[in-house]
Design a binder for this molecule. Structure first.
Ligand code: DHB
Ligand code: MG
Length: 222
């Protein structure tokens, strides 16, 4: 199987189940023009995350890693009128692009972008002791995934769903010897999920126009 075939199926899925509307298309285009890395979700992955957030009945969503706000828009669209999404981004330039994209999508009233090191922002949020989140999407630097899981647990309640992107890494996750910090971050996440009695977890491998990757999905039990 080749990337071309996976991409053809992604196109088929978008043509049948729906792709992206103007706001999402423009969000991608602005991110491209501004030279942001082209690593945003595919439209079908965005649709999948939105669906999960809806099934969860999410009112409060946390996103770790905003980039240009493409996934932020998908997730914020799962929220009810009184819903709120906090998204954390390290790069001020990315956050500015995301802010413009979220504004254009009409979601500024629901979305708060916090600029800074995610570990520090998350620690501050956990220490503030605010309302827990219903849905957490981890999608920032892969090396910090174990830390992001620990901090996410501090911001969760029983029933919170925690989804982490890019945990398969072109199959690299099954290899202990790659020396790749991204793979090691994903493996560190799996290690923490493994045998964690507070979590019920599964992983889904995906192929598509972004290649071979996948998500972990964890439900907080206690
Ligand atoms: C990378 C990061 C992502 O969040 C993603 O979805 C794909 C690739 C990366 O850093 O390579
Ligand atoms: Mg990602």
């Amino acid at each position: 199987m080749s990337r071309d075939q996976w991409t053809a199926v992604d196109t088929y899925i978008e043509d049948t189940l729906g792709g992206q509307d103007a706001a999402l298309k423009e969000a991608h285009e602005l991110a491209q023009r501004e030279g942001l890395p082209e690593i945003q979700l595919t439209p079908n992955q965005g649709r999948f995350l939105k669906l999960l957030a809806e099934v969860q009945g999410s009112v409060r969503i946390l996103e770790i890693g905003t980039l240009g706000g493409y996934s932020t828009i998908w997730l914020a669209r799962a929220l009810p009128e009184n819903g709120h999404l906090v998204t954390i981004e390290l790069e001020p330039r990315h956050a500015r692009v995301a802010g413009a994209n979220i504004e254009r999508a009409g979601l500024s009233g629901k979305v708060e972008i916090r600029v800074g090191r995610a570990v520090e922002v998350l620690e501050a949020m956990a220490n503030e002791g605010g309302e827990p989140f219903d849905f957490i999407f981890i999608d920032a630097d892969k090396a910090s995934y174990p830390a992001y899981l620990d901090l996410s647990l501090r911001l969760s309640r029983p029933g919170t769903l925690i989804v982490a992107d890019n945990v398969i890494r072109n199959g690299g996750v099954a290899r202990a010897d790659t020396g790749d910090e991204n793979v090691n971050g994903a493996r560190g996440l799996f290690e923490r999920l493994s045998g964690n009695s507070r979590l019920s977890s599964a992983a889904v491998q995906t192929v598509g126009s972004k290649g071979w990757d996948g998500f972990t999905i964890s439900r907080v039990l206690s």
